[in-house]
Design a protein around this ligand. Structure first.
Ligand code: NAP
Length: 272
């Protein structure tokens, strides 16, 4: 699988595997199946309440640790003590370091968020984290990081799929070498039944999921689909034997509706 290079020189696979909303043996075996199918980037989070089971799945990997890219996320409740939060996640995932550790949601308190990011930079300096990043931030919050610490986050994980593309934010990030990771890349399956996607699936002899995921990959916005099903896990990574034409990329670009599926970062999670 191709890799992209982050602003600090770290390589990241051009697609990953999401771990949200699956638990115990289901996520352990999903992570194992993903590794067997060739995924090397695993997208985890303390909030998913399944990191010990994700760690169990990761422990089955017999290749070199350096070949894996493991990302986890700190919830705003961890902002006071990011080192402790990192310690729990690292223990649960059975890892000594994370390839990326990111702030899951910005919260509404600038001071607390910037203090958390400063702690994240210290974890990076100490070698516990290879790439610091964020998720669900707006442009103002990203710029605050640069103004305060002199460097933008290496990655930004955001909701992105054909129905909600966040093109302005993505272009802004791209100009500043902030790598986009697309969460809910299939719009939790809702985008798979769009007529334009079905037509392209028929044209290329691929499934709707492969068309949508290939669109992300060709835009260099790393998709991290989740599946608990072996066939769909394999289907989703079988993307590297075809290419969407420029016209067909534009046809998917035209599916933007401005309607997001997920929560509003100015209100969620409440109390932070
Ligand atoms: N940073 C954030 O705030 C944030 C927020 C949300 C998500 N995320 C990350 O993004 C990852 C992906 O998002 P998501 O899991 O919410 O949504 P998603 O990947 O867009 O969709 C997952 C759903 O699609 C189904 N699916 C997967 N492959 C399929 C295929 N080929 N054909 C038909 N259905 C398919 C899955 O069902 P089966 O399991 O039955 O296959 C599951 O119900 C998460 O797991 C998480 O790691 C991050």
């Amino acid at each position: 699988m191709d890799k992209l290079t982050l602003s600090n020189g770290i390589a990241i696979p051009c697609m990953g595997f999401g771990c949200y909303n699956a638990f115990d043996d289901v996520i352990t075996s999903a992570v194992r199946m993903a590794l067997e199918a060739g995924y090397r980037y695993i997208d985890s989070a303390a909030f998913y309440k399944n990191e010990p089971a994700v760690g169990e799945g990761l422990s089955s990997y017999s290749g070199a640790r350096e070949d894996l890219f493991v990302l986890s996320k700190a919830w705003p409740s961890a902002f006071e003590d990011m080192e402790a939060a990192f310690g729990c996640t690292a223990k649960d995932l059975r890892l000594e370091y994370l390839d990326a550790y990111i702030i899951h949601w910005p919260g509404t308190n600038d001071k607390r968020r910037l203090s958390a990011y400063e702690q994240l930079l210290r974890l990076t300096e100490k070698g516990y984290v290879r790439a610091p990043g964020v998720s669900n931030f707006n442009i103002t919050q990203l710029q605050q990081i640069k103004d305060e610490f002199g460097v933008y986050p290496a990655v930004h994980e955001i909701e992105c799929h054909p129905s909600y593309q966040q093109r302005e934010l993505i272009d802004w990030c791209r100009e500043r070498q902030i790598q986009i990771i697309s969460y809910e890349p299939l719009n939790r399956t809702k985008d798979l039944s769009l007529p334009a996607v079905s037509m392209l699936a028929e044209k290329y002899g691929k499934t709707p999921a492969q068309i949508v995921l290939r669109w992300h990959v060709q835009h260099d916005q790393i998709p991290i689909p989740k599946s608990g099903n072996r066939d769909r896990i394999t289907e989703n990574i079988s993307l590297f034997d075809f290419e969407l034409s420029a016209d067909d990329m534009e046809a998917i670009d035209a599916l933007e509706t401005g309607v997001k599926d997920g929560l509003d970062a100015s209100k969620f999670p409440a109390g932070f």
